[in-house]
Design a binder for this molecule. Structure first.
Ligand code: SF4
Length: 119
């Protein structure tokens, strides 16, 4: 049995996750289905969104904030961040542009989270 806070929205519901049978995990305390999904994933395969920054060439700012388009396995966060090392994108950049595709074969891309105009 595990207690946790659902981080999917600001409500922060307090979840109780019964993982005594890993093939039949039960979640209670959630207000919506997202909480049930989150609780199950947390005990089976926890995932997180990953955020960072990369350098920009020829832009009106030097750095671009990026994030994974979807959450990836928590155990892959540091390796995912390593894929951004040395990455430089050319301005202009638009929100949602792919910066690194298919990070670690997860099928999830790092995308830009802001617009950067060219100088
Ligand atoms: S269970 Fe639903 S309402 Fe509660 S914090 Fe999670 S997403 Fe929000």
């Amino acid at each position: 049995m595990k207690e946790m806070i659902c981080i999917c929205c600001p409500m922060g519901c307090r979840l109780t996750v019964d993982d005594s049978d890993i093939n039949n995990v039960k979640v209670s305390g959630n207000t919506c289905p997202r909480g049930e999904k989150y609780g199950k994933e947390e005990v089976v395969c926890p995932k997180r969104m990953v955020t960072s920054v990369v350098r920009v060439r020829g832009g009106n700012v030097a750095m671009l904030s990026v994030k994974t388009k979807e959450a990836i396995e928590k155990s892959k966060i540091f390796d995912a961040l390593a894929t951004l090392k040395g990455v430089v994108v050319d301005a202009p950049v638009n929100i949602g542009d792919t910066v690194v595709s298919d990070v670690l074969g997860t099928g999830v891309d790092f995308i830009a989270t802001k617009n950067v105009a060219a100088k």
